[in-house]
Design a protein around this ligand. Sequence first.
Ligand SMILES: C[S@@+](CC[C@H](N)C(=O)[O-])C[C@H]1O[C@@H](n2cnc3c(N)ncnc32)[C@H](O)[C@@H]1O
Length: 401
Amino acid sequence: MSHVSEGLEGKNSRFDTLTAPTADERARQQFVSQLRKHIMVDMAATMRGVYTREVGPQVKKAKGREARNALEVRKAMLPNPYFRAWSALRYTAQELTWSSVLPQIERDLPKLVEAARASATAKRQLGSLRLDPAMQVPPVMLRQDIHLMPGGFHSEFQPDDVAAGAVYHHGTAVFAGGFTLRARGGGVAKSIAEYLKARDPDFKPKRLLDLGCTVGANLLPYLEVFPDCEAYGIDVCAPLLRYAHARAESLGARVHYSQQNAEATDFPDNSFDIVCSSFFLHEFSAAVTRRVFKEALRILKPGGIMVHMELPPDSQTDPYYSFYLNWDSYYNNEPYYAAYRALDLRKEVVGAGFKAAKFFEIRIPNFGTVSAEDFSAVARGEKEAPAHGNGASWYLFGARK
Ligand SMILES: C[S@@+](CC[C@H](N)C(=O)[O-])C[C@H]1O[C@@H](n2cnc3c(N)ncnc32)[C@H](O)[C@@H]1O
């Protein structure tokens, strides 16, 4: 029997069932999931082979040495026909991911908006929703549709809109649908929370904050591992938070959502035992990252932990894999991907005021894909996690206050 329960994220809330694809729409979504898997697994493996056998040796011949960084690999790969075909297909699959869920969401949006409104105005709520009509969405988010998602995270087309939340939530299910991780109850937040528990069984967090929580998909699983923890999530975009709040209430999860910028929150000093994020830091510049780390230090309690799951930085990957990961910077409207990956994270964390000795970085397996024993062995530093890629493992870093 698996050690992994279905968990909150594996469940469909009543709110989730307010939208459903038709049979044709579902077939299209399944096709897109499988197309993505083919591109990201089979074709990606072939492309690495093309580099190893053809392009890499050409670089070596021309330079008298191997490529030293992602940019050198990129320059060599740009004219390569396999890369060009792969890149075009990947871009297309990204667009198809979102467009495969749009018809269903356009049809069911009135029901979703109504349900979210009812949740937000209900007399009895488990958690809460606090929006800030004066919030300035960071300009970088207004300049392009982040990861090609139509309208980006912030757009609102009607009062109390939740469309961005719905497109993100259902679109990411298509995005990851070819990989079986969700079905196996794994996932990012579950893996991080289990890691924190395995690394320090006496750690009993009372309050947790997820930065850039989007629709809460990587917040809710913390509550399965730490059920007594009071959970908070912040994001700059209202349509995501309305959706997140309605979904959490419908699942019976107590989460306090508020519209805030992670660079400067209104939480008092020493408020949280955990300040965490997932897939968050690659969204902005190094200057913003520094302010986010400083703010995390301020609002963490002494002994509390800051933990971020992110793309592994350049220092953890070979030049080819760095080139591969940085694709999003050039073609997926993720302008800061490569800049984030080039950071010296230890330096940034220490620069924000954390003690150097308290910094940690580790690759952990996806909780759903290894045995409980292997997972604990990695958390204790006795074993290596599988290589990063396609959700097999996650890169974490952070520091204790
Ligand atoms: C890629 S998404 C994060 C995904 C989410 N953590 C998850 O695992 O499902 C990045 C999120 O960060 C939010 N964001 C970007 N800049 C922010 C900031 N300065 N403060 C708070 N949220 C921000 C965006 O609105 C978006 O929802």
